[in-house]
Design a protein around this ligand. Structure first.
Ligand code: UDP
Ligand code: MG
Length: 314
């Protein structure tokens, strides 16, 4: 018997929840020798997701519900699900049917074949605006370049062996990037490419700003290269100003000066912008240190509204 836990982070998925579970059930029913649980993590939804999920969890012990006291973000929801899981294999998937449950048998087969991590990778990116596409392209190029981890087509649709789950949960950091940290573990990995279907309903809950922040977080979590780039830029700017300064001095002593006003302005602008930029980057890292040092938990569970945590509901 294989025990499989499915982790579904939920944020305002009231409409999707029941159809998604029905589809997952249909797939799981076909797999022999499988005991499964579904761990629903309600990430502070503003709609009736938690109520619907509670009904489902009460009707069936195999459905467990963890309710957050507020919206802590998808990363926290994934972590909560992984921490509550006990199966020897755990699957993390979105609840908007963008991660087709029909791939589960194939993923399980690869896991049985020895892969400790089986990741669903995007063959196509689904429908997206050119802006979003460019943003994603730039982010993944930068991330791969600096972290040395290739995650271009990676998704959060991942099947994890117990070893991977335990390693992930044991990581001390608070600010997590699931998609980057799992490859970082370096466990034997297999890939299952799939086409991302459009969302089953509603719109993605990530604003441009939030995605941008996620990108900065992810990059600064995996590389301190920007800090080194700054030192380099600082050095170059300093060299330039030395040369310009030399020229200005020469002109002054040669008696052909005064026209140096432009140089001054240029220097000011250059230095000013370089300084501001570096302060911004420094700030990013200081902020990270601050986040980690505070040591706050990644999420808080609303005990009263949750169902079946800690029980053995397979
Ligand atoms: N989600 C979450 N907390 C959030 C935002 C999203 O748990 O703050 C969940 C959401 O319910 C869904 C998954 O994360 O199951 C992916 O969200 P979405 O489809 O909005 O993102 P995308 O498909 O663009 O990655
Ligand atoms: Mg989605």
């Amino acid at each position: 018997m294989t025990r499989l836990d499915l982790v579904l982070p939920l944020y305002d998925e009231a409409e999707a929840l029941e159809p998604v579970l029905a589809r997952i059930r249909a797939v799981l029913a076909e797999i022999p020798d499988l005991e499964w649980r579904i761990l629903l993590v309600d990430d502070g939804s503003r709609d009736t997701t938690a109520e619907i999920a509670a009904r489902l969890a009460e009707a069936e012990p195999r459905v467990v519900l963890i309710v957050f006291t507020r919206n802590f973000g998808k990363e926290a929801a994934i972590l909560a699900g992984l921490e509550a899981s006990r199966g020897e294999v755990v699957l993390v998937m979105d609840a908007d049917l963008q991660h087709p449950p029909e791939l589960i048998p194939q993923m399980l087969a690869l896991w049985r074949g020895g892969a400790r991590v089986v990741e669903g990778t995007k063959r196509t990116r689904g429908r997206e605006s050119p802006g979003a596409r460019l943003g994603a392209y730039l982010f993944y190029r930068l991330f791969t370049r600096f972290s040395g981890l290739a995650i271009q087509n990676a998704t959060d649709f991942k099947l994890l062996d117990r070893q991977a789950v335990d390693a992930y949960c044991a990581l001390p950091e608070r600010n997590r990037f699931f998609r980057g940290l799992i490859p970082w573990l370096g466990l034997p990995t297999a890939q299952v490419p799939f086409d991302v279907p459009p969302r089953s309903h509603g719109s993605p809950s990530w604003s441009r700003l939030r995605l941008g922040r996620l990108a900065v977080d992810a990059l600064s979590a995996f590389t301190s290269a920007p800090l080194q780039v700054i030192t380099l830029v600082g050095g170059l700017v300093f060299l330039t100003s030395l040369i310009l300064g030399g020229i200005a001095l020469y002109q002054k002593f040669a008696g052909i000066a005064v026209s140096g006003f432009t140089t001054v302005i240029l220097l000011l602008l250059l230095l000013g912008s370089a300084l501001m930029f570096s302060l911004g980057v420094l700030g990013t890292y200081v902020a990270r240190i601050y986040e980690e040092v505070k040591g706050r938990p990644c999420y808080l569970v609303d005990r009263e509204r949750s169902r079946g945590i800690g029980g053995d509901g397979y």
